[in-house]
Ligand binder design. Structure first.
Ligand SMILES: [Zn+2]
Length: 452
């Protein structure tokens, strides 16, 4: 496995103990808020005050909506440098405790075999602990940043962030606080996940596709099924979904994908020349890219029918049938445009289309900014053999809610994940290695001390 060049003298065992303790709080968020055990959240926040006394002594702390702590570490500068914002979230997705698949129980926080085990180790308590360890260490050593450093911890990221990140971003907006950059979870260093790439890659998320849910409903003529009409509601609904699958939205090459392809080109086993000249060749190769779900998701808005319902008895015509379609909206498309497309590919068919949730996709962050360049520089020092790539995220993070308070939002944590470890996120046997905890702490330490 890939190792970081690290030099800062952290107490790694203590940091690992802190992460293990953090994992033991069952801070599971559920879409149904009544299921959330907020006593666990309180316990976690209390634990932070004990584990990080220097941060709690030096930083100004504002509690947003009771559970999202916001730490402001004041800078020495009077020149009006814009602050930076570090994000993490301490809620986790559920884990089945006795499913026989977890090698260590998911909330045990066991330290074993060079790993800290449990739900949230990677997503996202490892990051939360790494940020706090780095800052605690810096305060202990007498460091003071030039510009203000803010840290906010979300408590409902896994269920959309409406109680945490949305409220925190609104707070910043109201106080007119604008950030030079925001750093959140998202990308990491991958060793064997990018097909055909011969070197490990650090994926810096500079944009994320928007996610939106639509409900498509069709009404039909009810009654007995013995003498049915030519089309039932279910048949019509099936046709609508099938039309949508057969008529995808147009492909487009947006900046993060274009830059990723170009930077990858020299390090690819094949297709070097195609990727290098992707600007010119895109019209010719877009059909090839469309065939692979991973590349297809980078070049267009996608649709997936995820739920379906209709009918209540085997011999009764369904008076209504419905389906939920999840769309991942590419920058340049909009919710309205997506709805128009769904109607356009189903001419002459009567149905209702309703947006259940979703917003237009957010901005693309620049890759020539001081923040991006600092990230590149730090990675060059810590992981000289790693290729730094901007990338477009298909998933959503809390950071999208901060679009109104910063033009530079970057989604990255300095941990190395192979396919096996990557697959543990939101799944079984999630665990963070000591190496990864160390490299993340070092990364945040460097970011704070090197950012100019
Ligand atoms: Zn997460």
């Amino acid at each position: 496995m890939l190792h970081a060049k690290t030099g800062i003298k952290f107490d790694l065992n203590k940091a690992a103990e802190h992460l293990a303790s953090a994992i033991r709080f069952k801070t599971v968020s559920y879409p149904d808020n009544s299921l959330i055990d907020f006593a666990q959240y309180n316990g976690f926040l209390q634990f932070l005050t004990e584990a990080y006394p220097e941060i709690h002594r030096v930083c100004e702390i504002t509690m947003i909506n009771n559970y999202s702590p916001m730490f402001r570490w004041q800078g020495s500068d009077g020149k009006g440098l814009k602050p930076i914002l570090l994000l993490g979230h301490y809620d986790v997705v559920p884990a089945i405790e006795d499913d026989g698949v977890w090698l260590e129980p998911p909330f045990s926080g066991v330290i074993k075999g060079n790993y800290i085990w449990g739900r949230g180790a990677i997503d996202n308590k490892g990051q939360v602990i790494a940020i706090l360890e780095a800052i605690e260490h810096l305060i202990e050593s007498g460091f003071q940043p030039e510009r203000d450093i803010y840290i906010t911890l979300g408590f409902d990221e896994e269920i959309g962030g409406s109680m945490g990140a949305v409220k925190t971003a609104a707070y910043f907006k109201e106080k007119n606080i604008e950030f030079d950059c925001v750093l959140d979870e998202g990308g990491c260093i991958v060793t064997d996940i990018m097909d055909g790439l011969k070197v490990p890659a650090a994926l810096i998320g500079i944009a994320e596709k928007a996610t939106a849910n639509f409900k498509i409903s069709v009404s039909g003529q009810g009654g007995h099924s013995s003498m049915p009409p030519a089309n039932t509601a279910i048949g019509t609904l099936a046709k609508i979904i099938s039309n949508l699958e057969n008529h995808p939205m147009p492909a487009r090459l947006i900046m993060p994908v274009r830059e990723m392809f170009k930077k990858m080109a020299p390090y690819m086993e094949n297709n070097k020349l195609v990727l290098k000249s992707i600007d010119k060749l895109f019209p010719a190769v877009s059909s090839v890219l469309s065939k692979n779900p991973a590349t297809n998701s980078m070049i267009r808005t996608t649709f997936a029918a995820t739920m379906i319902g209709g009918g209540y008895a085997p011999n009764v015509l369904p008076p209504e049938a419905w389906a939920i379609v999840n769309a991942r909206v590419l920058q340049g498309d909009s919710i309205n445009g997506v709805m128009e497309h769904i109607r356009k590919v189903n001419p002459g068919i009567e149905f209702t289309l309703e947006k259940l949730m979703g917003e237009d996709p957010g901005n693309i962050s620049p890759i020539d900014s001081p923040a991006y360049k600092t990230i590149e520089k730090i990675l060059g020092e810590m992981f000289p053999e790693v290729l730094v790539l901007p990338y477009l995220m298909a998933g959503a993070t809390d950071s999208r809610n901060y679009a109104g308070v910063s033009k530079g939002i970057y989604r990255f944590a300095a941990m190395v994940l192979n396919k096996e470890l990557y697959a543990t996120i939101h799944s079984e046997n999630e665990r963070l290695s000591f190496d990864n905890l160390a490299s993340m702490m070092e990364f945040y330490y460097k970011l704070i001390t090197m950012f100019e």
